[in-house]
Ligand binder design. Structure first.
Ligand code: PLP
Length: 280
């Protein structure tokens, strides 16, 4: 079950071809995207996702996204979905065809949630730390590197996940050149210590996560302390809990770090999941 919609609200056949072969999204990964979780027909964090699409588009100097058009496309996908209760909704915006009239390519597509995601949500994940090769100050000095943009150029992120799989792990925590942690290839890192939730600041060149933000909002209301500050790699192994948060996987527990089993954080996961779900 997949549903494809364009920004005028029209529905199209997801098995037919719709992109030109000279689309710069295809040729160069020159575009941006979002992935939104929809549960029972309700998109989660739609406003923050559309805000982040605007931010990523601005970083790539793409035309400003047509918000009314995206909302139309989102509604069209949701109204035509007859799959399961949960759906992953992808928004894709590229610079358009290289030899076109400058019109960007834009579409929304609803997809089922894969078995692997459900398994990771339920059982947790083994993670390895891998170097990302930049230091936290670079993002501010070198905006052309697009650090922290949700661009379509995710080949490095996917290569890191494949590398982790060869090491027997499910996912990755990227580390910066100064020995602090960044994020996962498709997720935000959250560390728990002393009834405090900690995540690194997005200014170091990582994506500001909508799931992390929703969880922190709920946690703060419930009396947790929250901190957005650099996390040294050395702090990971001693944490009460380590989690990767992302829209589709929600809050996922890390049970193994670089081959070493971590403290059992199942009870913490239940607590954090309840907090996150209380937002909806
Ligand atoms: N960091 C990266 C690099 C991502 O690709 C994602 C999401 O896919 C996230 C963090 C988590 O963001 P969100 O919670 O908004 O899905």
């Amino acid at each position: 079950m997949r549903v494809l919609a364009f920004l005028d609200g029209t529905i199209a056949d997801p098995d037919a071809s719709h992109l030109r072969v000279d689309d710069l999204g295809v040729l160069r990964g020159d575009g941006v995207f979002e992935t939104i979780l929809v549960v029972d027909g309700k998109p989660r964090e739609l406003g923050p996702h559309l805000d982040r699409l605007d931010r990523s588009a601005a970083m790539l100097e793409l035309p400003e996204p047509d918000r009314a058009g995206w909302e139309r496309a989102v509604d069209a996908v949701i109204n035509n979905w007859s799959g399961g209760k949960d759906m992953a909704l992808k928004l894709v915006l590229t610079r358009g065809p290289e030899f076109g009239d400058g019109t960007p390519t834009a579409f929304a597509m609803g997809l089922p949630i894969g078995e692997k995601v459900l398994k990771q949500r339920a059982e947790g994940i083994a993670v390895v730390t891998l170097e990302r090769g930049f230091e936290p100050g670079l993002a501010q000095r070198a905006p052309w590197l697009l650090l922290g943009a949700k661009s379509l150029s995710y080949a490095v992120n996917m290569a890191a996940v494949r590398y982790a799989a060869r090491e027997g792990a499910d996912d990755v925590i990227f580390t910066a050149a100064d020995g602090s942690v960044l994020e996962g290839p498709t997720s935000t890192l959250i560390l728990v210590r002393d009834h405090t939730l900690v995540t690194p600041p997005s200014t170091i060149g990582i994506l500001p996560g909508t799931t992390q933000a929703a969880l922190f909002r709920a946690a703060e209301r419930a009396g947790w302390s929250i901190k957005v500050e650099p996390i040294p790699v050395a702090d990971l192994a001693d944490a009460e809990g380590l989690f990767l948060a992302s829209s589709v996987r929600c809050v996922t527990r890390i049970h193994t770090l670089n081959g070493q089993q971590l403290k059992d954080s199942s009870a913490l996961l239940r607590e954090l999941t309840a907090l996150y779900e209380s937002e909806y």
